[in-house]
Design a protein around this ligand. Structure first.
Ligand code: HPA
Length: 273
């Protein structure tokens, strides 16, 4: 068996010894956005650390557990905390939890993250629906022998962020009265924030947001053929736009400040999904 597939399957088999929960929606919570879990009627919790061989986040403030339950009556699995490529895990480990949630039955994936605004008409506190991404700076999680149980060798990437879900997100934002930005997310490897020159590069390439996650998870989920949507929460202007340094504390604090509107948007997306 392909070792990458085997690892996902082993985690799947372990989870199935704990719960037979079949989620409809999978939700990945980005840094500082973890409080969303309070909107779930939790049926079962599984810490990543209880799953043998599972990647565990090393970043302070990044909790690591799966929550299974209902949000607005919809069967959902929440990934509270993700692992990042910069933590040193191979990309296939970084996307393992995403693949696992899809193997457990999720048909729709909502990816969220904290991001820096590259588009200067956007500002900290804004929420942006991801319409497309640039992930070419980080390695593809699909490199290596194709895992045909997941998808085809050369998956189409023309519509990674489902048009139908984009409409759901727009409608949901309107209903809760959130101004929704839209744009392209570019994933950098981190852990250092970008240099001003890299931010200029991102802008030249057409990016509106920069961050250290999400795109490779979307690549893996798209390979498996499910519907994906993504929401970035701008915690700062990307480096070099303002004359001030960036810090993780500032990013977490800014994410916490908008968590309320972020939570109502995501709750409504799940309701309308
Ligand atoms: N760059 C990369 N990742 C981030 C940023 C940023 O400016 N803000 C929050 N996550």
């Amino acid at each position: 068996m392909n070792p990458v597939f085997e690892k996902v399957k082993k985690s799947y088999d372990y989870i199935r010894t704990v719960t037979d929960f079949t989620p409809e929606v999978a939700l990945v919570l980005g840094s500082g956005l973890g409080e969303f879990a309070k909107h779930m009627e939790v049926e079962c919790e599984i810490p990543y650390s209880s799953i043998e061989g599972f990647p565990v986040s090393t970043v302070a403030g990044h909790d690591g557990r799966f929550l299974f339950g209902t949000v607005e009556g919809v069967k959902t699995v929440i990934m509270k905390g993700r692992v990042h490529y910069y933590e040193g895990y191979p990309v296939t480990d970084v996307v393992l939890p995403t693949r696992l949630m899809i193997m457990l039955g999720a048909k729709k994936l909502i990816l969220t993250n904290a991001a820096g605004a590259v588009n200067t008409s956007y500002k900290p506190g804004d929420l942006m629906m991801i319409t497309d991404h640039i992930s070419t700076i980080v390695p593809s999680p699909l490199i290596g022998e194709n895992i045909s149980e997941f998808g085809t060798r050369f998956p189409d990437m023309s519509n990674v962020y489902s048009k139908r879900l984009q409409d759901v997100v727009r409608k949901s934002a309107k209903e809760v009265g959130v101004t929704l930005r839209e744009g392209v997310y570019m994933q950098f490897s981190g852990p250092a924030y970008e240099t001003p020159a890299e931010v200029k590069l991102a802008r030249l390439l057409g990016a509106d947001a920069v961050g250290m996650s999400t795109a490779i998870e979307a690549v893996a989920a798209n390979h498996m053929g499910i519907e994906i949507c993504g929401i970035s929460c701008f915690t700062n202007m990307a480096a070099g736009i303002l004359d001030q340094p960036l810090s993780h504390e500032e990013v977490s604090e800014a994410a916490n400040k908008v968590s309320h509107i972020f939570e109502s948007l995501v709750k409504n997306i799940i309701k309308n999904i």
